[in-house]
Design a binder for this molecule. Structure first.
Ligand code: AMP
Length: 322
C-alpha cells in the first residue's frame, strides 16, 4: 500500500502574499490530510456559510470532476473535494499502485474551481488498524461492473460512507459516468438513513465523445481511437431507439458489435432499468444502456439513458451522446 503521507505537497492555507491580490482565486488551496482536522474544517465552514457540498474523487482531476465542483457550488455555499485513491475498491489484479496521482496539480485546479479545501487523507489515516466492518452493497452490486469487479462496490460504499461521516456534507455530488456507483450510493443513503442529499451530474466528454476518465491517460493514440467506439456504440443505440427499436437485445448487439469491430474487448453491454439495474424486457426512454470494455489493458465504462432524459440526467449536458 502506498504511503501517500510521504509525498511533499502544499498543506494548509498559505499566507496571502503581495503577489496574490485578495480577490484572485487561491493558487495554493488548503489541503488537509488528517480526518479530524478535516471534520473541524467542514464544521466551521458549515457554521460560517450555512451549507457544505462534497465532491468525492480519486484525483488526477479532469473536466468531468471539475464539472462536479460547479454543480456543488450551485448546491451549497461551501465546497470540499476529497482526493483519495481508495485501496479497498481495487481488486488484487487492478491498477491501485499505477493509478495516476498528482495532488499538487489537483489541489490547484480544485481551488481555481471554487473548492474551499481539499481532503486528501492517507490510506493509513482512513483505515487505521485492521478494519473489520464494511458496507454490504447487496444485490445491486451483483450486476454490471460488480460481476467483473468482485468487492469493488463494497469498497466504494464503505469509503463513501466514511467520507460522509468525516465531512458531514449537506449534499454530495457524483457523476453519472459511474452509473452503477451513483445508483448504489443513492440506495445506501436512503436505506441507511444518511442525512446527505445526493446529486448526480452528467457525463463530461472529450470532443470525440470519449467519456473523460483519469484512466484515459493510459491510452495510446491508437487505443484512444478504439476507445471512441464505446460512446459511438451508445450513440448508435440511442439513434436506433429513437427510430423505434424496443428490443433490448437488438440494442445491446449494436453496442457490442460497434465496440468489437473497433477492437475493444467487451466486458458487458446491457440495457437495464435505472433503479434495479436489471435487464429490461422492452426498452424504454428511461432505461440505460451501460457498457464496459477493455482497450488494451485499460478498462473503460460508459452509459447513456436511451431517451436522453432519465431521472439521472440534468439539462444542458455537455458533450455527445448525452
Ligand atoms: P473518480 O475520481 O473516477 O472516482 O471519479 C470521481 C467522481 O467523478 C465520480 O462521481 C465520477 O462519476 C465522476 N466523474 C468521473 N468522470 C466523469 C465524467 N467524465 N463526467 C462527469 N463525472 C465524472
Amino acid at each position: 500500500m502506498t504511503d501517500e503521507a510521504a509525498r511533499p505537497i502544499a498543506v494548509d492555507r498559505p499566507e496571502p502574499g503581495p503577489e496574490r491580490p485578495a480577490a484572485a482565486p487561491p493558487s495554493r488551496p488548503r489541503v488537509i490530510r488528517d480526518p479530524d482536522e478535516a471534520r473541524d474544517a467542514a464544521r466551521t465552514l458549515r457554521r460560517e456559510r450555512g451549507s457544505l457540498a462534497l465532491v468525492p474523487t480519486m484525483g488526477f482531476l479532469h473536466e468531468g470532476h471539475l464539472s462536479l465542483l460547479d454543480r456543488a457550488r450551485e448546491q451549497a455555499s461551501a465546497v470540499a473535494i476529497s482526493i483519495f485513491v481508495n485501496p479497498t475498491q481495487f481488486g488484487p489484479d487492478e491498477d491501485y499502485e499505477a493509478y495516476p496521482r498528482d495532488l499538487e496539480r489537483d489541489a490547484r485546479l480544485a481551488a481555481e474551481r471554487g473548492a474551499d479545501f481539499v481532503f486528501a487523507p492517507t490510506a493509513a489515516a482512513m483505515y487505521p488498524g485492521s478494519p473489520t466492518i464494511t458496507v454490504d452493497p447487496g444485490r445491486l452490486a451483483d450486476r454490471l461492473c460488480g460481476l467483473g469487479r468482485p468487492g469493488h462496490f463494497r469498497g466504494v460504499l464503505t469509503v463513501v460512507l466514511k467520507l460522509l461521516h468525516v465531512l458531514e456534507p449537506d449534499v454530495a455530488v457524483f457523476g453519472r459516468k459511474d452509473f452503477q456507483q451513483s445508483v448504489l450510493v443513492r440506495r445506501m443513503i436512503r436505506e441507511l438513513d444518511v442525512p446527505t442529499r445526493i446529486e448526480t451530474a452528467p457525463i463530461v466528454r472529450e470532443p470525440g465523445g470519449l467519456a473523460m476518465s483519469s484512466r484515459n491517460t493510459y491510452l495510446s493514440p491508437s487505443e484512444r481511437r478504439v476507445a471512441l467506439s464505446l460512446s459511438r456504440g451508445l450513440r448508435l443505440v440511442r439513434e436506433r431507439f429513437a427510430a423505434g427499436e424496443r428490443d433490448p437485445s437488438a440494442l445491446v448487439s449494436l453496442a457490442r458489435a460497434t465496440m468489437e469491430t473497433a477492437g475493444a474487448v467487451v466486458e458487458y453491454a446491457e440495457v437495464v432499468d435505472p433503479r434495479e439495474l436489471a435487464g429490461v424486457e422492452e426498452a424504454s426512454a428511461e432505461a440505460v444502456c451501460a457498457v464496459a470494455a477493455r482497450v488494451g489493458s485499460t478498462r473503460l465504462i460508459d452509459n447513456t439513458p436511451l431517451g436522453g432524459n432519465s431521472s439521472l440526467d440534468a439539462p444542458g449536458r455537455p458533450g455527445a451522446p448525452e
